[in-house]
Design a protein around this ligand. Structure first.
Ligand SMILES: NC(=O)C1=CN([C@@H]2O[C@H](COP(=O)(O)OP(=O)(O)OC[C@H]3O[C@@H](n4cnc5c(N)ncnc54)[C@H](OP(=O)(O)O)[C@@H]3O)[C@@H](O)[C@H]2O)C=CC1
Ligand SMILES: C[C@H](O)[C@@H]1OC(=O)[C@H](O)[C@@H]1O
Length: 253
C-alpha cells in the first residue's frame, strides 16, 4: 500500500490512462477524486471500481480549458475528503491533423485543454497543498512527444513539451513547500485518443515495430509509474521526467 489514506486527484479519468491511474491509486489505499469532461458512464464506472476496492471516490464534471473548473475540482475534493495529497494532471486531446491547413480552432482548443488546463489545475492544486502545509506530489502526464515530433501532431507536441516544462518550473517554485513535481512521458498507449489513428494497419504495425518490448502500451502500464512518483518511495524525486514507452524513444537502430 504505497498511498494509504492519501487523497489523489486525477483529471480526465473517465477513460484511458487517467482512469487506470485513479484505480491504481485506490488499489494502493487512496481515496480518489476524478475530473471528466463528457463520458458520464466512464466516470461512473471509475467511481464504482474504486469503491469496489473499499476506497472513497467522487466524479466531478468540468472542462479543464475553463479556468474556473480547476478551483471547483479542488474544492469538491476538499469538501469530500478534507485535503489534497497528490494531483495527477492527465486530461488531454490529440485530434490528428496536417500542419499546412490546421484549423485555428483545432490548434487553439488543443492548447487550451492540454496546456492552459494543466496550468490552471496545477496552480489550484498547489495552492491547496501550500495551504495545508504538509507538501504533496504533482504528476503531469506529458508524452514521448515532448521530446520528438509528429507531422500530424504539430499542435499537440508543443503542449506536451509545455507540460513537461511546467513540471520543471513548478518543481523549483514549489520545492520550498515540500511539493514535488514530475512528469511521466508515455509512448503509444492504446486508448480512445488514438483508436482511429491506430485503425490504420500499416501505422499500427510501424508504431509497434518501433518498440523494443514488442507491444503497444496499455493504460495500466502508466498506473505503476504514477503511483511510484506519487508515493514516499519518490521522496527525493522532483523535476524529473519518466519515459514509459517500452523503449520506443531510444530505439534508433
Ligand atoms: N494514449 C497515448 O498514446 C498517450 C497519451 N498521452 C496523454 O495521456 C493523457 C490521457 O490520454 P488517453 O488516456 O490516451 O486518452 P483518452 O481519450 O482515453 O482519455 C482522455 C481523458 O481526458 C478527458 N478530457 C478530454 N478533454 C477534456 C477536457 N476538456 N476537460 C476535462 N477532461 C477532458 C476525457 O474525458 P471525457 O472522455 O469524459 O470527455 C478522458 O477522460 C493525455 O494528456 C494524452 O496527451 C501521452 C502520451 C501517449
Ligand atoms: C495520441 C498518440 O497516439 C499518442 O500520443 C502521444 O503523446 C504520443 O505521440 C502517442 O503516439
Amino acid at each position: 500500500m504505497l498511498l494509504k489514506d492519501k487523497v489523489v486527484l486525477v483529471t480526465g479519468a473517465s477513460g484511458g490512462i487517467g482512469k487506470a491511474a485513479a484505480i491504481g491509486a485506490a488499489r494502493h489505499g487512496a481515496d480518489v477524486a476524478i475530473n471528466y469532461h463528457s463520458d458520464e458512464a466512464g466516470a461512473a464506472d471509475a467511481v464504482a471500481q474504486i469503491e469496489a476496492l473499499g476506497r472513497r471516490a467522487i466524479a466531478v464534471k468540468g472542462d479543464v480549458a475553463q479556468v474556473e473548473t480547476a478551483q471547483a475540482f479542488v474544492d469538491a475534493a476538499v469538501e469530500a475528503f478534507g485535503k489534497v495529497d497528490v494531483f495527477v494532471n492527465n486530461a488531454g486531446i490529440c485530434p490528428f491533423h496536417a500542419f499546412l491547413d490546421m484549423p485555428p480552432e483545432v490548434m487553439e482548443r488543443t492548447m487550451k485543454v492540454n496546456l492552459f488546463g494543466a496550468y490552471y489545475m496545477v496552480q489550484a492544486a498547489a495552492n491547496q497543498m501550500v495551504k495545508q502545509g504538509h507538501g504533496g506530489s504533482i504528476i503531469a502526464v506529458s508524452s514521448i512527444s515532448a521530446l520528438v515530433g509528429g507531422g500530424m501532431q504539430t499542435h499537440y507536441t508543443p503542449t506536451k513539451a509545455g507540460v513537461h516544462s511546467l513540471m520543471q518550473s513548478t518543481a523549483i517554485a514549489l520545492g520550498k513547500h515540500g511539493i514535488r513535481c514530475n512528469s511521466v512521458l508515455p509512448g503509444t498507449i492504446e486508448t480512445a485518443i488514438n483508436k482511429e489513428d491506430l485503425a490504420d494497419v500499416a501505422k499500427r504495425e510501424y508504431m509497434s515495430g518501433r518498440i523494443p518490448l514488442g507491444r503497444l502500451g496499455e493504460p495500466d502500464d502508466l498506473a505503476g509509474p504514477i503511483v511510484f512518483l506519487a508515493s514516499d518511495l519518490a521522496n527525493y524525486v522532483t523535476g524529473a521526467a519518466l519515459l514509459v514507452d517500452g523503449g520506443a524513444f531510444v530505439n534508433l537502430q
